[in-house]
Design a protein around this ligand. Structure first.
Ligand SMILES: [Zn+2]
Length: 118
């Protein structure tokens, strides 16, 4: 996978993360206090681990799940595994990553995961 594409995906992951964190801050005053002092530049560096577990639990939303996926995807950019399916190790098609930058499973594995969870 070429560097420019990876860098672009990393930027959209960070943008998505900021968007979610800001949205969460609007909905939750405790969370708002937590991130109030953080400069936007640093916002992208917040790992979900830094966010109080209690707050995470009180949120318990689909957005929080997305945030964790984004975090996982950013971790995979860092360790060089971005764009590779976590389950079968095949490459995730570029179009899928463009649609969902935090996709960590290929379409086949995602579909079978969904079948399992049903
Ligand atoms: Zn797969």
């Amino acid at each position: 996978m070429d560097k420019a594409f990876k860098e672009r995906m990393r930027k959209s992951l960070i943008a998505l993360k900021e968007q979610i964190l800001k949205q969460l801050a609007l909905e939750n005053s405790e969370f708002h206090e937590l991130i109030e002092d953080i400069k936007p530049k640093d916002l992208a560096d917040i790992a979900s681990d830094d966010i109080d577990r209690r707050i995470l639990e009180s949120l318990g939303s689909a957005e929080m799940r997305r945030l964790q996926l984004i975090e996982a995807a950013l971790g995979r950019v860092r360790d060089g595994h971005y764009g590779v399916c976590m389950s079968c190790g095949k490459k995730i098609p570029r179009e899928r990553l463009e649609a969902i930058p935090y996709a960590i499973l290929c379409i086949d594995c995602k579909a079978s995961e969904e079948r399992r969870n049903r």
